[in-house]
Design a protein around this ligand. Structure first.
Ligand code: KIV
Length: 276
């Protein structure tokens, strides 16, 4: 985007500072350059190139089918449209779980080829060795605990996490371990509000970014398509606030174009090239 954007570049240090100063962090997903430019221009702090692209862009039922090449391509498109927001690329299913070496090589692609400035990986205590190595390699990491969609087959559906003593203890233990490992931020997804509040209060330097985790997180993230109404009619989780209803606007524009083409009204003389 060629519009002048005067705000300062958001870095992982900015996000840590926002946490320490109690300034809320706004995060939206983006998958293409035009949307990234629009969101950057209005001051979004973080653009997350989410593996939710699998659902909302590519029409899959889960995040599992999307792979590295497509995610790198979405990330590079977002980076071309962005100026000041911090770009986080979501590491897809099986791009980091098999081994630490696999994780480093794939995370490296997001920075080198995709123009991302950090990566997000799902998982708690079990991911600590991988996270530590990525950070040692110069790759900032956003963690992701609570509902982790890449483990949907183990979890058994979109269930609120942190209900029950064991689950609560695992989440707190994981949050503290991810902070200790060096994550600059972590997503808390679909989590009991009280547990998310306790985690947010317990973390000193790692910002929590909630989605369905109540109002007390350091920031909030939503999927851009969802807030614009570009979602399956059956998908309306309690935490989703819809800020626009684009489908009727898009349908109306397309319907009028079809009518104009069929009636011969489009293109008119002003919209055509004459011979000189
Ligand atoms: O992929 C995604 O969009 C995400 C957010 C929902 C946090 O992981």
């Amino acid at each position: 985007m060629s519009v002048v954007n005067k705000r300062k570049k958001v870095t992982v240090q900015t996000i840590r500072r926002m946490k320490s100063q109690g300034n809320k962090i706004a995060v939206l997903t983006a998958y293409d350059h035009y949307m990234a430019g629009l969101l950057d221009q209005v001051g979004i702090d973080i653009l997350l190139v989410g593996d939710s692209a699998s659902n909302v862009i590519h029409g899959f039922q889960t995040t599992l089918p999307i792979g590295m090449d497509i995610m790198v391509s979405h990330t590079a498109a977002v980076a071309r449209g962005n100026d000041k927001a911090l770009i986080v690329a979501d590491m897809p299913f099986m791009s980091y779980q098999p081994s630490i070496e696999t994780a480093i090589l794939n995370a490296g692609r997001f920075l080198a080829e995709g123009g991302a400035e950090s990566v997000k990986i799902e998982g708690g205590t079990e991911m600590v060795p991988t996270i530590k190595r990525l950070i040692e390699c110069g790759i900032p990491v956003m963690g992701h605990i609570g509902l982790t969609p890449q483990s949907i087959n183990r979890i058994g559906g979109p269930k609120v996490q942190g209900r029950g003593k064991e689950s609560r203890a695992y989440l707190m233990e994981s949050a503290l371990a991810l902070e200790e490992a060096g994550c600059f931020s972590m997503v808390l997804e679909l989590m009991d509000t009280e547990v998310a509040s306790e985690i947010t209060a317990a973390l000193k330097t790692t910002a929590t970014i909630g989605i369905g985790a109540g109002p007390n997180c350091d920031g909030q993230v939503l999927v851009i398509n969802d807030i614009l109404g570009l979602r399956d009619p059956g998908f309306k989780p309690k935490f989703l606030r819809e800020y626009a209803d684009l489908p009727p606007i898009i349908s109306d524009a397309a319907r009028r174009f079809i009518e104009d083409v069929r009636s011969g009204d489009y293109p008119n003389d002003d919209e055509s090239f004459g011979t000189n």
